[in-house]
Design a protein around this ligand. Structure first.
Ligand SMILES: Cc1ncc(COP(=O)(O)O)c(C=O)c1O
Length: 227
């Protein structure tokens, strides 16, 4: 296997694509796209969701919705947003990355490490930590899976420290299958969640970013800004 991104659509998927009801997603909406977004939002336990062409754009939109210049964001070392998105979190979203060591096992960080890193010293010249970006499964750590209770405790620590939480769930489906839990059990405490349709699922392209209705309204504007 070269990569789970190389999977191809099945016959049934090709048929569904060919026969899909099609509208205009830029103007008054595409009913099939809306159905997909609503279905994914439901699976993730989010109010709404927005399709994006790539997982990198889904992450970037979530980060752009929260980060500004002078802000920093935390993420476990080796996270896709840190190492494989060309630094767009910094130069497009404006947040300085702060990698956290895997002190809770491969791909994982402890709640206490998040609490320590989230401490804002209040000094005007210091970066302000505003967001924690988790990744489940954590790709570069070997596809490691974070269980619901581990995720929830780290997310709760971040929220208690006034950080927003974004979950890069490019392969959240795999984590859910490995753990035998619904995907929504792995998103507790996350403000935004990105999932990929193009990894292992056979879709030729596409990701979805989910969150509150207000987030998705803004995310649609951000997606337009990005082209
Ligand atoms: C963990 C993770 N997040 C995000 C992405 C980005 O997805 P895309 O290649 O669709 O931009 C990937 C791609 O491999 C990934 O592994």
């Amino acid at each position: 296997m070269r990569s789970d991104t190389v999977t191809l659509p099945t016959e049934a998927m090709r048929r569904a694509m060919a026969e899909a009801e099609v509208g205009d997603d830029v103007l008054d909406g595409d009913p099939t796209m809306r159905e997909l977004e609503e279905r994914v939002a439901g699976l993730l336990g989010a109010a709404d969701a927005l399709w994006t062409p790539t997982g990198s754009m889904a992450n970037l939109i979530a980060l752009m919705s929260r980060l500004g210049r002078g802000d920093s964001f935390l993420a476990p070392q080796g996270a896709h947003v840190l190492d494989f998105e060309l630094g767009t979190a910094a130069w497009l979203a404006g947040g300085m990355p702060r990698p956290l060591p895997h002190d809770a096992g491969p791909g994982k960080v402890t709640a206490s490490a998040v609490r320590r890193a989230a401490a804002d010293d209040g000094f005007y010249a210091s970066l302000r930590p505003v967001l924690l970006c988790l990744e489940n499964t954590h790709n570069s750590a070997g596809g490691t899976v974070t269980a619901p209770e581990e995720h929830a405790s780290v997310a709760a620590a971040a929220r208690a420290a006034r950080l927003s939480v974004h979950l890069d769930g490019a392969r959240l489906w795999n984590a859910a299958v490995a753990l035998g839990v619904p995907p929504g059990a792995l998103t507790v405490g996350a403000d935004t969640v990105a999932v990929c349709l193009s990894k292992g699922l056979g879709a030729p392209v596409g990701s979805v970013v989910a969150g509150s209705a207000e987030f998705v309204e803004y995310a649609r504007r951000l997606r337009k800004m990005l082209g």
